[in-house]
Structures are given as structure tokens and as C-alpha cells.
Ligand binder design. Structure first.
Ligand code: PLP
Length: 408
């Protein structure tokens, strides 16, 4: 289906050796590698198009402005938003959630109100709400996760009250890989007239997202997790909500006029983009989206599912009891596990010496670790440039580490 060897040539870093071993990069949920077209786009931006945008009358400034706005239209089209002004460029998922938490709280939350999140959230979708909760006496309610790693939807439905003002949950868990039933989550919230923010950081790289079809109010994600540059991401917000929210930061670009008596804020999307935006990053972000579209999201999803199935089988057939965290029916290509009583950190360190990059620890989801009763896991996360041969080498590596660390 996919010509993986040809695809791998698009990612020069995959040819690296570490400790004299071929790099096996299984830390894609943390960040993905970048294809040459993305790196070239950044280079080309600085060499040929660089000028500050939206302000200049000169040629370069207009070219850079057009490139940035074209990038916005690309993001809009990629997630099927209605208008390009519903796309706000942010520094990433984290800043996008902070933007919504802060401005939504300013406009709509007061003492006694409630926000619903889930037990499988990344810290990025917990702490911003806690900050608002502490300042305004707001309660953060948590949807529990069952033993398979799925959200308890009955408990979710029971959490709603007159005081519920917003739901904010992950589309896909970065630890468990669980793909949450966001259609149901959104429809349930809307039945209570409650808007929904979906953290799409781990979903956008793996499946086609259609914000119109989802009818979601806010959807956020990071470019670097979908083969784009670091330091940029997107907040999608329905026009009706973005119009109602106050600005997040003050500064240049977000104003229509300023005097010491009165400042008039700019229209969408500029109201939320104070200061010089990352107009080089935005064009490289759009290039990454074009790149994955060129391969095809459906084909990417199918191949990654095959990698996940293969890796899960391999890990389960190790010569030691293995606990896999995340056994949802609908999962993305994330495999979190613990082998015997081997500490996740030891496992990660020794795999690293074999050239295999996995993540270990709490994965910025400490409340989930507490719910699972563990300190951390080993997490292998796969992208479409990974191969079954790499998974074989990973399984061999695991066997070696297990032999080294267990006395038999
Ligand atoms: N949400 C989820 C589910 C994530 O996996 C991550 C990053 O791992 C984030 C939010 C934060 O993304 P960023 O650090 O790019 O802002």
C-alpha cells in the first residue's frame, strides 16, 4: 500500500546512527520527524520571503503576508473549518488550551461553575483549568477511565449539572492511545448547551479530522506532532465563540486602533494573534499538511494500525509477563507497557543503547498514572515511516534487556 522505503528517504534523520546502531525512532507521540519539504520550506522562507507581515506596503511583506494567510487557509481546509478566520495560530496545543481557558473563564465563568475534563488528560489540558479554577472558585470535574482505558461514558453523562459550562477532553490519549468517542461527547454536551474543546494533539497526525462534522466548538493541535515545525500550532474555534471571547494577549496586530483613551480590537483571527506571528513556521506547518495529504490520511491510518497490531503481538509474546496499558477497542498507534517488574526507566535507558528511542515515565499525565496505580510506562509510538523490521529489532532489544535485568 505505502512505499515505506521511498517515504523514509523523505526523512533524512531516519538514516542516523546512534551509538553506532541504526536509529529506531519510536517516540512519535512526543514529536515527529520532519520531511525534507518542511525543512526546505523554512529555509526558503528565510532566504526568499522574509519580511514582517500584515504591515508593509513593500513586495516582500506582501508576499510573506500572502504565504502566512495561505497557510491559514491550508489548516482550515485540512480540518474542514468553515472560515479561515476560525483558525488562530498559536505556539501549539498548550498555548491554544491556555488561550481558551483564560478567555473563556474571563467571559463566562464565575464562582461555583464547573468544567468537565477526563482522567486521561495531558497536563496541558488539566493545569490551565486548575489555574482558572483557583482564581475563580470553579470546580474541575473528572470523567473516570475504566480498566480498558476507555472513558466511563455513563459517569460522564452524570457529571452534568446546571453549573457545567465547558467540556475539555482529549480526542486521543497520549498514554493509552484510546480514541475517545468525541461525537458522543460533543452531542451530549450540546444537549446541555455546553460547548466542547477537543485536544487533538494526538489525533490529527493519525486520522482525518472534520470539525464541521464533529460540530466541535474548539479544536486544538500542534504542528510538530504532524511532521511540521516546533513552536506553532492551531486553535480552531467556531466563529460565534471566538467573537464572544475577549483577547488573550495585548500588543501589535491584535488592534484596530489604539489611543490612551480607548483601544479597539482587531477582527478575527487577528484579535488573538498579538505580536509578530511565526509566519515562517506557519508556511512550513502548511507544507507538512500538504505532505501527509499527499500520502493520504486513510492510508496512513491503515498502515499505522497494522504496525500497532504487529507490535502489540510481539510485546505480548515476550518471555515475561507484560502489562499493556490501553486496551480500548479503538486505539491509535501508541503502545504503553511494563514488562515484569522492570522499571520503565531502566528499560528505556537500555533500549536507547541499542539505538531504540522510546519514551518512559508519566508522559505528562500524572493523574492517569495515579488512576492506574503506576509511576510510569514504556511507550513506543509509531508513525507511517516506521517498519515491521524496526518492530522486530525492538522486540529483540526487549528480549535482550529482559535477559539482562531478570535473574533466571
Ligand atoms: N495534549 C496531548 C494529548 C499531548 O499528547 C500533548 C503533547 O504531548 C499536548 C497536549 C501538548 O502539546 P504541545 O507540547 O505541543 O503544546
Amino acid at each position: 500500500m505505502l512505499d515505506i522505503q521511498a517515504i523514509r528517504k523523505d526523512f533524512p534523520i531516519l538514516g542516523l546512527k546512534v551509538y553506532d546502531k541504526p536509529l529506531i525512532y519510536f517516540d512519535n507521540a512526543a514529536t515527529t520527524q520532519k520531511p525534507t519539504v518542511v525543512v526546505e520550506k523554512i529555509r526558503d522562507g528565510y532566504y526568499n520571503v522574509n519580511a514582517n507581515i500584515h504591515r508593509g506596503v513593500h513586495f516582500l511583506s506582501q508576499a510573506a503576508t500572502e504565504a502566512h494567510e495561505e497557510a491559514r487557509r491550508k489548516v482550515q481546509q485540512f480540518i474542514n473549518a468553515r472560515y479561515s478566520h476560525e483558525i488562530i495560530f498559536t505556539r501549539g496545543t498548550t498555548e491554544a488550551i491556555n488561550l481558551v481557558a483564560s478567555t473563556f473563564a474571563d467571559a463566562f465563568l464565575s464562582s461555583g461553575d464547573e468544567v468537565i475534563i477526563s482522567a486521561m488528560e495531558h497536563h496541558s489540558n488539566i493545569v490551565p483549568w486548575q489555574i482558572q479554577a483557583a482564581g475563580k472558585d470553579i470546580a474541575v470535574k473528572v470523567v473516570p477511565v475504566d480498566e480498558k482505558g476507555e472513558l466511563c461514558m455513563d459517569a460522564y453523562r452524570r457529571l452534568f449539572s446546571e453549573k457545567t459550562k465547558l467540556v475539555a477532553v482529549a480526542h486521543v490519549s497520549n498514554v493509552l492511545g484510546t480514541v475517545n468517542p468525541v461525537e458522543d461527547i460533543i452531542a451530549t454536551a450540546h444537549n446541555h448547551n455546553v460547548p466542547v474543546l477537543i485536544d487533538g494533539a494526538q489525533a490529527v497526525p493519525h486520522m482525518r479530522i472534520d470539525v464541521e462534522r464533529l460540530d466541535v466548538d474548539f479544536y486544538v493541535f500542534s504542528a510538530h506532532k504532524i511532521y511540521g515545525p516546533t513552536g506553532i500550532g492551531a486553535l480552531y474555534g467556531k466563529e460565534e465563540w471566538l467573537d464572544k471571547l475577549p483577547p488573550y494577549q495585548g500588543g501589535g496586530e491584535m488592534i484596530a486602533s489604539v489611543s490612551f483613551e480607548k483601544t479597539v480590537f482587531n477582527e478575527l483571527p487577528f484579535k488573538f494573534e498579538a505580536g509578530t506571528p511565526d509566519y515562517i513556521g506557519s508556511t512550513a506547518f502548511a507544507e507538512a499538511l500538504r505532505y501527509v495529504e499527499g500520502i493520504g490520511m486513510e492510508r496512513i491510518a491503515a498502515y499505522e494500525q497494522e504496525l500497532l497490531r504487529y507490535a502489540t503481538e510481539k510485546v505480548q509474546s515476550l518471555d515475561i509477563p507484560v502489562r499493556i496499558f490501553g486496551r480500548a477497542g479503538h486505539k491509535s498507534s501508541v503502545l504503553s507497557f511494563l514488562a515484569g517488574d522492570i522499571h520503565h526507566y531502566d528499560m528505556g535507558m537500555l533500549l536507547d543503547r541499542l539505538g531504540i528511542a522510546v519514551r518512559t515515565g508519566h508522559h505528562c499525565a500524572q493523574p492517569l498514572m495515579q488512576a492506574l496505580g503506576i509511576e510510569g510506562t514504556v511507550r513506543a509510538s509509531f508513525a507511517f515511516y516506521n517498519t515491521k523490521e524496526e518492530i522486530d529489532a525492538f522486540a529483540d532489544g526487549l528480549e535482550r534487556v529482559i535477559k539482562m535485568l531478570t535473574k533466571r
